[in-house]
Design a protein around this ligand. Structure first.
Ligand code: SF4
Length: 91
């Protein structure tokens, strides 16, 4: 496992900050160690990342599972007030 994988506080506002990780660098903390990160809202890097996303879009099943996990992390769901969601995605 890579140590310090999560973006640091200084990464807030950067378009490459994905919350759990940086879209470009494996260790954001290292990038900020000696001054400003070279990737902070770097247009070139953002374009490259978006291009990469277009080439390899996230899988439909994975997105569906994420959606379900998010819906189950709500108070309504914990109290049994929501409808059951079909786990299998429709194709
Ligand atoms: S590019 Fe730099 S500033 Fe942006 S999220 Fe990654 S490490 Fe943080």
């Amino acid at each position: 496992m890579i140590k310090w994988e999560r973006p640091v506080r200084k990464c807030s506002g950067c378009k490459l900050n994905l919350g759990e990780r940086c879209a470009v660098f494996p260790s954001p903390r290292e990038k900020w160690r000696h001054g400003m990160c070279p990737g902070y809202n770097n247009e070139e890097m953002i374009k490259k990342y978006q291009e990469e996303l277009r080439k390899h879009p996230p899988k439909k099943e994975k997105e569906h599972r994420k959606e379900i996990a998010k819906s189950r992390h709500t108070v309504e769901h914990q109290q049994g007030k929501t409808e059951k969601i079909n786990i299998r995605p429709r194709r």
